[in-house]
Design a protein around this ligand. Structure first.
Ligand SMILES: Cc1ncc(COP(=O)(O)O)c(C=O)c1O
Length: 338
């Protein structure tokens, strides 16, 4: 764990009051933050020195096998409970980390969970699909990504007709409300005494990056946030991140459009390789280095691609020796058992 000077959080006057509004937004009490931060000295040395490397261990969040989705779903599910929901619905791939966290939250809150997954049911069940089944969620399988949201809407409608109270959680819980979990996480990191020059992380549906970028702006940190795409091209991820940040405006009582423009939204989509979930030579090498030098695990869909980006940027000399680069480990390790 990094220890540093007490960090006093400066506030940007344009967004005054936003952090007080954030503090008042309910969240389920699933775990006790912070997730640990520590150095990656052997990885840094193997990459030839360069910047000081740190890792923020959201993979070590102790609820439901952890990961970035715990931060988002904790807030979204609190809204569902406040509305009197009796069923949580969500969507994702068969090995969705997000769907696993929704199922875990539902189990702990005593709610029913219905998931729509695109792809084929693994036989035998593996990875997140196995965990979701252990958690007691009901899974409806569809063939394509496009069929997921309409199927969830149909199931929600049918439940309403039965007199139940379903609450729909979109892909990755990447709504403005869910992304506030990462605005909070930036405050958590600063309170640990760590203000890196750069944060590098895996990005996909955009909620994590939206929270990190808006969080750095709202907490007045100079940190640059670099999202490494797991699938979509950079303009599409950037657009999603900007829309999510803009949507935080009404929740925080500030101008969301101005907040979305307050910081650059940096997305690097050069490390997707053969596609979503397909390991590349660079992501395999990066995951090997992570495990063999630091005893940390990266999944092939998200975090190994992000690490491939980190390794690439370090080898290219994109970060200087005096800089601190924090790899935000977003979890996903259950995918290694898929
Ligand atoms: C392990 C992991 N890392 C990163 C991401 C990307 O996060 P986001 O969807 O918020 O962009 C996801 C989910 O998509 C994930 O499961």
């Amino acid at each position: 764990m990094e220890s540093g000077p007490e960090y006093t959080i400066p506030r940007m006057t344009a967004f005054a009051g936003a952090l007080d509004r954030l503090a008042a937004i309910p969240s389920l009490d699933l775990w006790a933050p912070p997730s640990p931060i520590h150095g990656l000295p052997r990885l840094g040395a193997a990459l030839g020195g360069g910047p000081r490397l740190l890792v923020k261990r959201d993979d070590a969040i102790p609820f439901g096998f952890g990961g970035n989705k715990v931060r988002k779903v904790a807030i979204v599910a609190a809204a569902a409970v406040a509305e009197g929901a009796d069923t949580l619905l969500s969507v994702g791939g068969v090995q969705s980390n997000s769907a696993r966290v929704v199922a875990a939250v539902a189990a702990q809150a005593g709610l029913r969970c219905v998931l729509v997954a695109n792809g084929r049911r693994p036989d035998p069940l593996t990875g997140n699909a196995l965990l979701v089944s252990l958690l007691g969620a009901e899974v409806h399988y569809v063939e394509t990504r496009e069929e997921r949201a309409p199927a969830m809407a149909r199931i929600a409608e049918a439940l309403r007709r039965e007199g139940r109270h379903p609450y729909e959680i979109p892909l990755g819980a990447s709504t403005p409300l869910g992304a506030l979990g990462f605005v909070r996480a930036v405050g958590e990191m600063a309170a640990q005494g760590v203000v890196p020059d750069v944060i590098v992380h895996a990005t996909s549906s955009g909620g994590t990056q939206a929270g990190l970028v808006a969080g750095c702006a709202l907490h007045g940190l100079p940190t640059r946030v670099l999202g490494i795409s797991a699938d979509d091209p950079a303009p599409s991820v950037r657009g999603a991140v900007a829309r999510i940040i803009a949507g935080m405006g009404p929740l925080l009582g500030v101008d969301g459009e101005a907040l979305a423009l307050a910081r650059p939204i940096d997305v690097d989509a050069a490390h997707v390789g053969g596609g979503y979930g397909v390991p590349s030579p660079a992501s395999l090498e990066a995951a090997d280095l992570f495990a063999r030098l630091e005893a940390l695990f990266a999944d092939h869909t998200y975090t190994a691609k992000a690490l491939a980006g980190l390794v690439h940027h370090i080898r290219c000399g994109a970060f200087t020796a005096g800089q601190t680069v924090l790899f935000w480990h977003t979890g996903g390790q259950a995918g290694l058992f898929a």
